[in-house]
Ligand binder design. Structure first.
Ligand code: MN
Length: 234
């Protein structure tokens, strides 16, 4: 049986109505890696327990900013668009997934909301809050890595990609500030911005600040992130 992977999407208001949107790149990567993607519709967060009882993994996709009130801060002027319904769903399902020991793969916004769910905080805007950062909002194709990350030698991430330095794409203006409970930092860029975290317990939790779903077709190391996750969900 192929593992079923619950994936969160973003809130979209269209001429057809209000609902959930997921870039097909996430589903395609999960399918190619051997899983079955299952999109979780927004505003039905009361179903989190039932969903988690019927899936084998949780993938938190990229998207808009998390409401800073969710980590005890007032919004600064550079704070971006927020999607409150999505915050509710993800901040409900993450603690339950950890409790039920469901493997989690968190991408871009995913690593940020994962950190908040674990009690951490974010930089609301790295350019204005961290002096001297490199460019993290690239003007380049999604498949193209624009900055390097350094990967901790003894990490699960290192075990997956088998390298201490890797080029990644970058589409974020926020990043982890204080780290949530049960997480450890396993990669950062040259300016010290946190680029990956994983769970400290045996449970498989991997969060990455870049977008591997945009790179895997041309970069086999990025595809390994999906195959490792799906393997863990078997
Ligand atoms: Mn980056």
């Amino acid at each position: 049986m192929k593992p079923k992977i619950a994936i969160t999407g973003t809130a979209m208001d269209t001429k057809y109505g209000y609902g959930t949107f997921l870039n097909r790149a996430y589903s395609e990567a999960v399918i190619k890696a051997g899983g079955i993607p299952v999109l979780l519709p927004l505003t039905f967060q009361d179903l989190c327990d039932e969903w988690l009882d019927s899936v084998d993994g949780l993938l938190l996709s990229g998207g808009e900013d998390v409401d800073p009130n969710r980590f005890g801060q007032h919004p600064i002027p550079k704070q971006g668009k927020i999607t409150p319904d999505r915050d509710v769903l993800e901040l409900s399902i993450i603690p339950k997934a950890i409790e039920k020991k469901i493997p989690i793969f968190a991408i871009c916004r995913g690593i940020q909301v994962l950190n908040i769910a674990c009690g951490g905080t974010l930089y609301q805007d790295i350019n204005s809050q961290i002096p001297g950062t490199i460019k993290h909002s690239q003007n380049a194709p999604r498949w193209f890595g624009t900055h390097y990350i350094d990967i901790a030698d003894n990490s699960k991430l290192h075990k997956i990609v088998q390298t201490s330095s890797m080029k990644v794409n970058s589409y974020h203006h926020q990043s982890i500030h204080t780290l949530g409970d049960g997480l450890e930092i396993v990669a950062h860029s040259s300016d010290g911005v946190i680029e990956a975290v994983e769970g400290t317990e045996n449970l498989y939790i991997l969060g990455v600040q870049w977008h591997p779903e945009g790179m895997w077709e041309r970069d086999s190391l990025q595809f390994e992130l999906f195959t490792a996750f799906i393997r863990e969900c078997q």
